[in-house]
Design a protein around this ligand. Structure first.
Ligand SMILES: Cc1cc2nc3c(=O)[nH]c(=O)nc-3n(C[C@H](O)[C@H](O)[C@H](O)COP(=O)(O)OP(=O)(O)OC[C@H]3O[C@@H](n4cnc5c(N)ncnc54)[C@H](O)[C@@H]3O)c2cc1C
Length: 349
């Protein structure tokens, strides 16, 4: 029997933390409604499609250390596969190996056919039951006008349509720390929660996506280096991965390139064309691939990776019925997001 006090729960955000939280509360018998501003689920476990195949332009892979995450993954057998990114090398500015390759300490897992497939699968029942609204950005939190112990959410849809959803006993924010702080600031009752988020820091990341279908010509299997992924010491680039080497992806040679946090911060407001040109040049220097890509795309993540976490798995105020979760509570990984969402749900339930 669930405590009636928190029967109807609103969750803001359908990334790993939000969906982990929602499925746990549903299993415990709560009524859950998830609001997501994007057109799809997954958050930073993101996938962008192109004519040449998909790109995991957020998280590249995940690791599994917590037995609860391992058990949850057993509910979707075969969906996630090991990626042999074990040839990872650390490269200097000129593409030379700057340090020994990382040992294959733990498995690198990727959902198939794309990074967002895991959260989409877990979120499917929410969609089917009409418990998840996509393209619905929560702009404002307020006490319910009719029932002052409950919450109402003011939202804006893709075409600017505004709605008010009411009757929630609890509101759980599963979004990055800075947007969470701003949203909490829309309600005077959330001051003390919002203040605790001040110390959290997250770095941005510009991501470049490249496709080279010419590598499919007879006699050529790949362009450039023989490794599948690399951490780089180039001042512009921190990480490169051959998308086409991941299990369950199409074979067209595709690369995802992540700029370093410092460079991304410095060029945060630059226009995408300029960023693409600079990152493409650095990519050529590191990989030796001089061919013109047939496809170039980029994505700016304002809040990509936590540099200063909260240090607790979540925050929850039972008096007001407000809570927050997300990877940034514990760290910067997919698994941190799962654990944070799970533990907030267990606390509320
Ligand atoms: C470039 C990059 C590379 C990464 N590489 C790795 C990696 O290799 N391995 C790894 O483990 N992790 C990696 N990460 C981190 C990983 O992606 C995150 O830890 C994890 O996905 C965070 O999940 P989350 O649910 O906490 O937040 P998010 O995934 O950010 O989900 C938040 C959701 O809330 C929605 N939202 C925000 N505001 C609102 C609002 N007002 N109303 C409604 N919806 C809203 C967003 O659209 C989003 O869907 C990477 C991240 C990035 C960006």
């Amino acid at each position: 029997m669930i405590p009636s006090k928190f029967k109807n729960v609103a969750i803001v955000g359908s990334g790993m933390a939000g969906v982990a939280c929602a499925r746990t509360l549903l299993q415990a018998g709560h009524s859950v409604h998830v609001f997501e501003k994007s057109h799809t689920l997954g958050g930073r476990m993101a996938t962008r499609n192109s004519a040449f195949g998909s790109f995991d332009h957020g998280a590249q892979y995940f690791t599994v250390r917590d037995p609860r995450f391992e058990r949850a993954l057993q509910t979707v057998p075969g969906l996630c596969k090991r990626w042999s990114a074990n040839s990872v090398q650390v490269l200097d500015e000129y593409g030379q190996v700057a340090a020994a390759g990382l040992p294959a300490r733990e498995a690198h897992w990727v959902p198939t056919p794309s990074m967002n497939a895991l959260v989409k699968r877990w979120g499917q029942p929410l969609l089917e039951q009409g418990r998840l609204d996509l393209q619905t950005k929560v702009k404002h939190l307020d006490r319910d006008a009719l029932h002052p112990h409950q919450w109402e959410l003011h939202t804006e849809g893709a075409s600017g349509t505004r709605h008010v959803y009411s009757g929630f006993d609890a509101v759980l924010l599963a979004i990055p720390a800075e947007p969470a702080r701003l949203l909490l600031n829309t309600s005077p009752l959330a001051d003390h929660l919002s203040q605790q988020l001040d110390m959290v820091q997250m770095a941005p990341c510009w991501t470049l996506m490249l496709a080279f279908p010419q590598a499919m010509q007879p006699g050529l299997s790949t362009l450039g280096p023989q490794w599948n992924a690399a951490r780089s010491t180039h001042h512009r680039i921190a990480w490169l991965a051959r998308e086409s080497s991941k299990p369950g992806r199409t074979a067209v040679e595709r690369w995802t390139v992540q700029a370093s946090a410092a460079w991304s911060q410095e060029h945060l407001e630059d226009d995408a064309q300029r960023v693409q040109a600079k990152l493409l040049k650095a990519f050529s220097e590191i990989t030796g691939i001089r061919a013109e890509p047939a496809h170039v795309d980029s994505r700016r993540w304002r809040f990509a990776q936590t540099t200063q976490p909260l240090g607790h798995s979540h925050l929850w105020d039972a008096q007001t019925g407000l809570g927050v979760c997300g990877d940034w509570c514990l760290g910067h990984r997919v698994e941190d997001a799962f654990v944070s969402g799970l533990e907030l749900a267990l606390t509320v339930a």
